[in-house]
Ligand binder design. Sequence first.
Ligand SMILES: Cc1cc2nc3c(=O)[nH]c(=O)nc-3n(C[C@H](O)[C@H](O)[C@H](O)COP(=O)(O)OP(=O)(O)OC[C@H]3O[C@@H](n4cnc5c(N)ncnc54)[C@H](O)[C@@H]3O)c2cc1C
Length: 332
Amino acid sequence: MSHMEEAPAKGLSRRAFLSLGAAAAAVAAGSSLAGCAPTPRFIEGNSMTYGEAEGQASAGTNVIHNVKDTSWMTQPTEVTDFAAEYDCDAVVCGLGFAGTTASRELAEQGKKVIVIEKQPEDTYAATGNEFASLNAAILKKRGVPAIDPVEFYQNFMKITSNMPNPSLVMKFAQNSEANSNWYLEPLSEEDFATMTTAFFPPTEHQMSELSGIKFWPSVCSFYGGCNQTKIVGMNHDIAKQHGAEFLYGTTGEYLIMEDGKVAGIVAKSDAGYIKVNCRAVVLSCGGMGGNPEMMAYFMPDMAQALVEGEQLSSMSANDGRGVQMAYWAGAH
Ligand SMILES: Cc1cc2nc3c(=O)[nH]c(=O)nc-3n(C[C@H](O)[C@H](O)[C@H](O)COP(=O)(O)OP(=O)(O)OC[C@H]3O[C@@H](n4cnc5c(N)ncnc54)[C@H](O)[C@@H]3O)c2cc1C
């Protein structure tokens, strides 16, 4: 979820951009869901099999990942007994960077927002500590050279073989400056004093271009006293000041659908299941890096390229539940 402070050249308001972002996110998710059902190949190796055709026994002894495991597609049984019930305009499920910015934006717009985050409040942590920014005020202030958003866009599309959604990349490039400034707004001088920028100031032999591919120093790195957990916390506080309610230690389970539209979400907390009735749910639960079965399904080529002793894994604890919830609700 990105954010736009000022209307860009095309005249979109921040509010319009938010809804466009949500739509674009849905489209992006869809490209990996229904649009491209993978055609798994089944490699029967000497000692292991990375996928089994239906009814076919494994030739190996060490089945690591079944690229045809579709168990994630099955929605859990409907819950009817709730410990608590809430009403609001919008639920933000998942409080990473996307959920943080979405909840603050929606609350600032005057929406009644409930945030659902599975991590407990006392151990809550953001993931990662630095982010790329085109022309954030703090970078300009330190003399970091300005980046032309269109040149950045062209470079980005080149190094990614034109595969990403071009309009999303252009939106990032055009709105990064305003979004970065908005996100960093609550920081004090002391907070900024702990920020560094990788590759700036440049070293004597630092390259800014290699075979036509450009590099820019443009990172806001927060590895000091002010880390990303602190910064998202400041943004959460702004959302709370605008009335957003945060439910930590609560895990989104599935969306409630009525007449083909989202009508709420069922979540689980220590007290039991809760039901939140709302007009919209922002699914911002991160990816599926903590779910080897889903990764094998969506990346059968990688699953089958593993050698004995390896397995699909990532540093992420996100288990793909957000993608599952969207899929069960009919997302493509
Ligand atoms: C170890 C690590 C270090 C990284 N470092 C960097 C870096 O320095 N710079 C960089 O640009 N990128 C970095 N990345 C990538 C970056 O962290 C991600 O791209 C980014 O966090 C994605 O943001 P997000 O809001 O989509 O998801 P996340 O930030 O992952 O947030 C998802 C949130 O949803 C919550 N959640 C998940 N499922 C549920 C559920 N069912 N119900 C309720 N809540 C749920 C999670 O607890 C989490 O708080 C790093 C990634 C990892 C794993």
